[in-house]
Design a protein around this ligand. Structure first.
Ligand code: 0HH
Length: 208
């Protein structure tokens, strides 16, 4: 039986990065998919620490908050740097990814029709911060010389942005190479090609 069970809605959403990470680490997991009707009954919500999903179960550990889950998986699978200094830098980069993820979610769920043009205009200034970090680090990853949970999160958020704006990485060669490198990792490639991945919409409102 796989050690992990992810409970979430039928979207990529806040589980996109953790699923890519588990796939790349060769780790099987179980999915419990919650539909809107069941969620609205409120029983599951009442058991969630913050009243929200995703939830991951790892043996007797039940965890909420997608970034805490990414960190937990990072610790379990050696994707949290090689020392405390790298771990701190990985935390910093993941917080930066979270800032971008929140901007993206605000656009998708609150102002897609009125804010998309301005969002795309502002995007290079946000992405250039990640470009500078990756361009400086010769390994092609955000921190150190091996993949971390922050790389999976950045990769997934960039995939989503390439759907929103297909040309968004054209002026950012290090980020473009990062996406190509992550996409070419054999287990990630197999996962992105799978029906399990393709069948899920990115977001819960049909916008992308
Ligand atoms: N900080 C938390 C984390 O990172 C945020 C979790 C969160 O926003 O884990 N959860 C949302 C679902 S993510 C939630 O539980 C957005 C995807 C929406 C698509 C599914 C829509 C179906 C909802 C019935 N939302 C439900 C809620 O707050 O009641």
């Amino acid at each position: 039986m796989p050690p992990y069970t992810i409970t979430y809605f039928a979207v990529r959403g806040r589980c996109g990065a953790m699923r890519i990470m588990l796939a790349d680490q060769g780790q099987e997991w179980k999915e419990v998919v919650v539909n809107f009707e069941d969620w609205m009954k409120g029983d599951l919500k009442a058991t969630c620490v913050f009243g929200q999903l995703p939830k991951i179960q790892d043996g007797d550990l039940e965890l909420f908050q997608s970034n805490a889950i990414l960190r937990h998986l990072g610790r379990n699978h050696g994707a949290y740097g090689s020392n405390n200094k790298e771990a701190a830098q990985i935390d910093m980069m993941n917080d930066g990814v979270e800032d971008l993820r929140l901007k993206y979610a605000k656009l998708i769920y609150q102002e897609y029709d009125t804010g998309k043009e301005q969002y795309i205009k502002d995007l290079p200034s946000h992405l250039s911060k990640f470009e500078a970090v990756i361009a400086k680090n010769k390994s092609g990853f955000l921190v150190g010389d091996k993949v971390s949970f922050a790389d999976y999160s950045l990769f997934e958020v960039l995939l989503n942005h390439q759907v929103l704006c297909p040309a968004c990485l054209d002026t950012l060669p290090a980020l473009k190479a990062f996406v190509a490198m992550m996409s070419a990792r054999p287990k990630i490639k197999a996962f992105l090609d799978s029906d399990d991945y393709k069948k899920l919409p990115i977001n819960g409102n049909g916008k992308q």
